[in-house]
Write a protein that binds this ligand. Structure first.
Ligand code: AMP
Ligand code: ZN
Length: 115
C-alpha cells in the first residue's frame, strides 16, 4: 500500500470505484473516464509501479491477472467480438497512474494503427 496511490485506495476500499471483480490477488473496476462501452481496469492488489518494476516472483500474479481479464471479457459479452488489453508503461507509454494496470476495452471496433 502506497499512501498517495489512488488504485491502492480503491483496492483497500478507501476510495470509491465500481468494482466488478476482486480476489486475494487482483481487483477490477470500471474506468472513471470510459473510452468504450466496456472499459475496465484490472490491477494487482499489491502496489507495483509499472511493468518496469515486475519481478520474477510476480509471474504467477500477472498470469492470473490476464486470466481474470479473459473471464471479464466473457461476462461483458465482448469475447466473441474481440477487445483490446493495454498496459501503458512510463511517460512515453502514456501512463498516468503509477500502479500497474491493464485496460480491458471493448464493445466497439478499435481504431488502428496504434501509436
Ligand atoms: P493510464 O493513463 O494508462 O495510466 O490509465 C489510467 C486510467 O485510470 C485512466 O483511463 C483514468 O481514466 C483512470 N482512472 C484514474 N483515476 C481513477 C479512479 N479513481 N477510478 C477509476 N478510474 C480511474
Ligand atoms: Zn498503488
Amino acid at each position: 500500500m502506497t499512501n498517495s496511490c489512488v488504485f491502492c485506495k480503491i483496492v483497500s476500499k478507501e476510495a470509491k470505484a465500481t468494482i466488478v471483480y476482486s480476489d486475494e490477488q487482483v481487483t477490477a473496476f470500471r474506468d472513471i473516464r470510459p473510452v468504450a462501452r466496456t472499459h475496465i481496469l484490472i490491477v494487482p492488489n499489491k502496489h507495483i509501479e509499472s511493468v518496469n518494476a515486475l519481478e520474477v516472483e510476480d509471474e504467477q500474479l500477472m498470469g492470473h491477472l490476464f486470466a481474470v481479464a479473459s473471464q471479464l471479457a466473457k461476462e461483458e459479452r465482448i469475447d466473441k467480438g474481440g477487445y483490446r488489453l493495454i498496459t501503458n508503461t512510463g511517460i512515453d507509454g502514456g501512463q498516468t497512474v503509477f500502479h500497474l494496470h491493464v485496460h480491458l476495452i471493448g464493445g466497439q471496433r478499435m481504431k488502428y494503427p496504434m501509436g
